[in-house]
Design a binder for this molecule. Structure first.
Ligand code: ADP
Length: 479
């Protein structure tokens, strides 16, 4: 038989998969990549936890395939298996309320629940008789699967030819645990850990996967350095021959102003000026800004986890000065309590110009993408970043710091050549951010220039197809 016509069988395993469970970009990526892969002649499936928080509308259409038991240390744990098919992808949900019906996705039980997910995923693949060419795992939560495959499941006839791809979405979260706790739970080769007190799940993914990817080319280079390597730079340099970067795409069905049910008024890209203005006016009314100012006042937005990674400590010191300008400003996010409080205080003192929406709310995020003029992403580091690409789909111009995926997706506007899809600054410095925002405001006042940037943004192709082809090529290159 001609080998080339066989589809590569890929099993994705992840803690987050949109639309079932998402706290950030990881969910977006694993929610979109499998469908894109299946369109380029792969056969990919997804395995994830059946969280209690998954919407009832999905739970109602899931089929129960049965159950197995997983031995996790001394615990003999039930694992129900549910499935549903969506947009050409079959999803398998692992049911165990003790681990996955706890309220938040991440909490103090992370070690045990994601060890359960990692071990159970292998057994579920056997149960559903899906023999993957590739197990594609994501972030620290499933990094240990690379070691489990290497130390244990490769000796199982079912997985003897299976290869492993590990994608780092964010090196800052590594999953570092006491080694005795880990070795109590999982069948790893104990002798390898004689000289260490801890086991790092992110590091296991890097060491034992056949290929390691990160979500942009620039981040793949940056993490080899001390400034971005989060302590793993030596290991990454050692393994650099199997490391590469593939830029994420965005789901253009979800982030499409002409078909977005979550925004106030849908609009075509060809008619974005009128469309955005309606959305801006409605948002102003909703959050308590003077609607009449929507027409000629720039609306600057932040849609972000409120954590130090996102560069908000650059923004806070310049807020008072910025608010003396003719602007409106809205922040949507949750995270670090100090950052949340700082934004709430600014809002209390400048309610006519500044709003702090301290929540994680998808519908509000969509409304902001449609209504804002400028979106700030001044990150300290950014593996890929999706908000800047999403913004461009809505005719909202990103202002970013030049790092990671922000650097790979945003070209700073040159007012003389009219090239560029956003604004950027290089140094992690409040003054540089401030000056770049002032420059953006000055361009906003020159509508022809502003509209040039928006058109340039609309022309960018951030669809998943080109990224999916790169992953497919990578899978097929592993011997
Ligand atoms: P990260 O994964 O580091 O959080 P990304 O830019 O890769 O950052 O992805 C962020 C995703 O989460 C985007 O889809 C963005 O719209 C969404 N998001 C961020 N903050 C919020 C929020 N407060 N409410 C709703 N969605 C949010």
């Amino acid at each position: 038989m001609n080998k080339r016509v066989l589809k590569t069988k890929v099993a994705m395993v992840s803690a987050e998969v949109d639309p079932f469970a998402k706290t950030g970009g990881l969910g977006d990526v694993v929610g979109s990549l499998p469908a894109a892969l299946n369109k380029v002649h792969c056969n990919s499936i997804v395995i994830m936890p059946l969280y209690g928080s998954i919407s009832k509308s999905y739970k109602d259409i899931m089929k129960n395939l049965g159950y197995i038991y997983i031995d996790l240390g001394w615990r003999h744990q039930y694992c129900g298996i549910f499935t549903l098919k969506r947009q050409g992808v079959t999803y398998y949900f692992l049911d165990n309320e003790f681990y996955f019906d706890r309220g938040a996705i991440y909490d103090e039980m992370d070690l045990e629940k994601f060890s359960f997910l990692s071990l159970a995923a292998f057994e579920v693949l056997k149960y559903i008789k899906f023999k993957p060419n590739i197990i594609h795992i994501h972030d620290w939560h499933t990094g240990v699967m690379a070691a489990l495959l290497h130390d244990y499941y490769h000796y199982d006839e079912f997985f003897k030819d299976t290869k492993c791809v590990y994608t780092i979405h964010n090196l800052a979260y590594q999953g570092v645990f006491n080694k005795f706790d880990v070795l109590d739970l999982l069948p790893l080769n104990r002798s390898k850990y004689d000289n260490t007190n801890t086991i790092n799940y992110m590091a296991l993914g890097i060491i034992y996967a056949d290929r390691v990817t990160t979500v942009s080319m620039s981040y793949a280079n940056e993490i080899l350095s001390q400034s971005y390597g989060e302590g793993l730079q030596n290991l990454l340099n050692h393994e650099s021959n199997k490391l590469s970067g593939i830029l994420n795409g965005i789901n253009e069905k979800i982030y499409n102003p002409s078909n977005d049910k979550l925004i106030y008024q849908k609009y075509e890209k060809s008619n974005y000026i009128a469309g955005k203005l309606i959305n801006k006016r409605c948002l102003f009314k909703d959050i308590g800004f003077n609607e009449d100012e929507a027409n000629d006042t720039i609306l600057i937005g932040v849609i972000s986890r409120l954590v130090s990674q996102k560069g908000l400590d650059l923004l806070l010191p310049i807020m008072e000065s910025l608010l003396t300008k003719k602007i409106k400003f809205v922040v949507l996010g949750t995270g670090n309590k100090n950052i949340e409080e700082s934004f709430k205080n600014i809002a209390a003192n400048h309610s006519d110009k500044f709003k702090a929406l301290i929540k994680f709310d998808n519908a509000t995020a969509h409304k902001l993408y449609a209504a804002c003029d400028l979106l700030l992403v001044p990150s300290l580091f950014e593996p890929c970043g999706l908000t800047q690409m999403i913004a461009l789909e809505y005719g909202t111009i990103p202002l970013v710091r030049e790092c990671g995926g922000l650097k790979d997706s945003i070209v700073p506007f040159n007012e003389y050549t009219n090239v560029g899809n956003g604004f950027s600054f290089k140094n992690y410095d409040s003054n540089d951010l401030y000056n770049t925002i002032l420059y953006a405001i000055s361009i906003y006042e020159r509508k022809d220039k502003w509209n040039n940037i928006i058109s340039n943004g609309f022309e960018c192709d951030f669809s998943w197809t080109s990224s999916a082809l790169k992953y497919k090529e990578l899978y097929e290159s592993i011997k």
